[in-house]
Write a protein that binds this ligand. Structure first.
Ligand code: IVH
Length: 695
């Protein structure tokens, strides 16, 4: 298996694979957490996965998956309660982990708004409560409904149980509340109550809850509100959803109002004006963490002005105006027993630390990634070292550093092999990057002839990103590959004739039903869209996103194949927006290489590759090519671009015949001149704003 690499050294196909893996893994943990109240990993580890997913998406925006975890919050409701559709989506928060990232967050906000950092922006800083978020709806001051977050779009109706929470007013106090007010906040179980509850459960021989949040989830999702009432849940209000009228102009003023109307709000909340002040509040709150009777896992910063919050808007499913500064992830130290080299699908070699098993954040860890040769050298990790491990999720913990590098009798430095551990024993190569320097990734030079790469490619082919064949996972592929039954993708679709199905049914781990299900699953994916087909081939640099771009460009397999194997392939590929040289070269050499070409041809004979649909446009500026130039006065360039893209326009950096609109502010120069020469429509910032307001 290819272990994920340092994000900055990822190639697009690594990133695509990693995003697919993260989507799958996060979905699994979401189900464990939201539906079964039984998380398999710690919060820090979970956050790390989401953060890693987010960072990769930032670096490879075109690879963002349709099922990206950033677009989803948690799993679908479990089905025990009625479903409530949130009239305003319940969002998630982006994360920062270091002081420097807090500074970057503040800078990003200022830049987006087009304000000088010296023009002080205000932020609130408040504890991030580790409970379950809920939305509580009031109509004319009366509580009418309460719902869990669920997947952000819809949650579970927990009205009866929320009614039992002492900090939740059934009728709002004071005056001035809007007719419709959905108060949002966190339901939690005080730690003292949690401890008591577990004592009781132990006495009754019931399994204990792992942490207060799971206990709170179990209590809130109790079908019998009488039982829920006996478990003293609490609630902190910190946000709102649908409101029939605005009720404050700042976050802090809104929270004061919520308090006046009868809610508990967090006393540790502070208003700050600089990143330094925010970090000071973070440190203060962290110091108090162990004395609080509720679990917190970080500090949330929010832009104080609601007008600015409105302008900042959202990126995927998180507000641009807020972020969570998380407390550090869990670490542990253990003995590094060995270093192994694993070969991935594209031949990339990943050094893996084999560890003396250790529990980190409740999970036993025995392997950790060392990323690549340079990283290994930089950390100078050696056999026999005590190493600090950081849990990076369920399967990919990382080695942070060596703890006893100065001990007596330390072994020799690890020598990265020059010969691949694969059966071909090929020479290991480090390709040159654009600057002519050795790239970070060492590769097996066996290509399609290397059985390790082939089996990894097959695993990718059947994976969720690829053909998504249920019942045919990594384990089965390995077994079929070893027996020579499936050694290339076309064999999968000929499986019935390549195998004795009765014998397979008698094999351990199989049975008549699973064999029948497998054949059915294979038959089901025989019709495949062009983009999925191209993705599944696992061509370097052609992940889901690039495959999508190619598929949309060519429309059909026949068209694609004709061009790609013709002399004008290079020119055509490079003319496609989003396809760079690396991707273009990679596809061309893949289809010009005899072996891979033959493999694809045989595969294409077994499946039906469906043509792509033309994309639909939904706003009257969607599809228009827009260029911004000169100084914008009402917003930053970034803000303008985000708004234009959100409305479906294509934002470009240069004026050409294809440009539909040039938005020109003061100081516009050559772009304006060129637009005038080409007869491109030119709008002022106000003209543009008017145009987008009417769409
Ligand atoms: S604000 C638009 N404030 O963290 C985002 N969230 O990862 C509104 N949370 O779903 C959320 N304490 O469950 C906010 N003081 C706080 C919070 C908080 C805990 C949770 C909440 C949210 C999750 C986001």
């Amino acid at each position: 298996m290819t272990l994920p690499k340092d994000i900055n050294q990822m190639q697009p196909d690594d990133a695509s694979k990693e995003l697919a893996r993260l989507a799958k893994e996060i979905a699994l943990h979401d189900r464990a957490y939201y539906q079964n109240d039984a998380p398999k990993i710690s919060d820090a580890a979970y956050d790390y996965l989401r953060q890693r997913n987010h960072e990769i998406e930032q670096l490879f925006p075109d690879l963002v998956r349709v099922d990206s975890p950033s677009n989803k919050l948690g799993a679908k409701p479990g089905g025990k309660f009625g479903k409530v559709t949130h009239s305003v989506r319940m969002l998630s928060l982006s994360n920062v982990f270091t002081d420097a990232e807090v500074g970057e967050f503040v800078k990003r906000v200022a830049k987006f708004l087009g304000v000088e950092e010296s023009q002080k922006l205000q932020f609130t800083a408040e504890p991030k409560i580790d409970g379950l978020s809920a939305g509580i709806r009031y109509e004319n001051g009366k509580l009418v409904q309460a719902a869990t977050r669920g997947d952000g779009q819809s949650g579970e109706d927990v009205t009866k149980n929320v009614m039992t929470i002492i900090d939740v007013p059934k009728t709002l106090s004071g005056t001035g509340w809007p007719d419709v007010l959905e108060v949002r906040g966190e339901v939690y179980l005080p730690i003292s109550q949690f401890e008591q509850m577990n004592l009781l459960r132990a006495a009754e021989n019931q399994p204990e809850y792992k942490n207060p949040r799971n206990a709170a989830a179990g209590s809130l999702r109790q079908l019998d509100p009488a039982i829920s009432a006996k478990r003293p849940l609490r609630f902190f209000a910190y946000a709102w959803g649908e409101v029939s009228a605005p009720f404050a102009s700042s976050q802090s003023a809104a929270i004061t109002k919520l308090k006046d109307w009868g809610f508990s709000t967090n006393e540790l909340t502070k208003v700050c004006e600089t990143a330094e002040q925010m970090i000071t509040v973070y440190n203060d709150i962290e110091k108090q963490r162990s004395t609080l009777d509720y679990d917190i896992d970080g500090v949330v910063y929010k832009v104080n002005s609601l007008a600015l919050q409105q302008r900042l808007g959202f990126v995927s499913r998180s507000p641009r105006w807020a972020t969570a500064h998380k407390f550090p992830p869990e670490q542990a130290s253990t003995l590094l027993q060995d270093i192994e080299i694993q070969v991935g699908r594209t031949g990339a070699l990943t050094p893996v630390a084999k560890l003396k098993p250790i529990t980190v954040g409740g999970v036993v860890v025995s392997n950790a990634s060392l990323h690549n040769e340079d990283e290994l050298k930089r950390k100078d990790v050696r056999k026999g070292d005590m190493v600090l491990i950081q849990r990076a999720g369920d399967v990919i913990p990382q080695v942070v550093k060596v703890l006893d590098a100065d001990r007596q009798g330390r072994g020799a430095a690890f020598v990265f092999p020059t010969i691949c551990p694969c059966p071909l024993k090929t020479k290991i190569v480090r390709e040159l990057d654009e600057k002519g320097e050795a790239g970070a990734i060492s590769r097996c030079s066996g290509g399609a002839a290397c059985p390790y790469q082939r089996v990894e490619s097959l695993k990718y082919f059947v994976s969720r990103t690829g053909f998504d064949i249920e019942g045919l996972g990594a384990k089965q592929i390995e077994a079929f590959f070893e027996q020579g039954i499936i050694t290339e993708p076309s064999h999968i679709f000929q499986l019935q004739s390549r195998i004795d199905s009765e014998e397979l049914a008698r094999t351990e781990g199989w049975g008549e039903t699973s064999v029948a299900n497998l054949f059915a699953a294979i038959a089901e994916v025989k019709e495949v869209s062009l983009d999925r087909f191209l993705t599944a081939l696992g061509i370097r640099h052609i992940g889901q996103s690039n495959a999508g771009v190619l598929a949309h460009h060519f429309g059909s397999w026949a068209e694609f194949l004709e061009i790609i194997t013709s002399p004008k392939a290079g020119e055509e590929l490079l003319s496609i927006d989003g396809i760079g040289t690396a991707a273009a070269n990679s596809v061309i050499s893949y289809f010009n290489e005899q072996h891979s070409r033959a493999v694809v041809t045989r595969l294409a004979q077994q499946v039906t590759i469906l043509d792509m649909q033309k994309p639909k446009s939904d706003s009257n500026i969607s599809g228009l090519s827009v260029v911004f130039t000169g100084k914008l006065e009402k917003m930053s360039r970034d803000e303008a671009k985000v708004r234009a893209s959100a409305l479906g326009a294509k934002v470009s950096g240069s004026v050409s015949k294809k440009t539909d609109i040039l938005v020109a502010g003061p100081g516009a120069g050559s772009k304006l001149k060129k637009a005038n020469e080409l007869g491109v429509k030119v709008l002022s910032e106000d003209g543009w704003l008017e145009m987008i307001e009417n769409t």
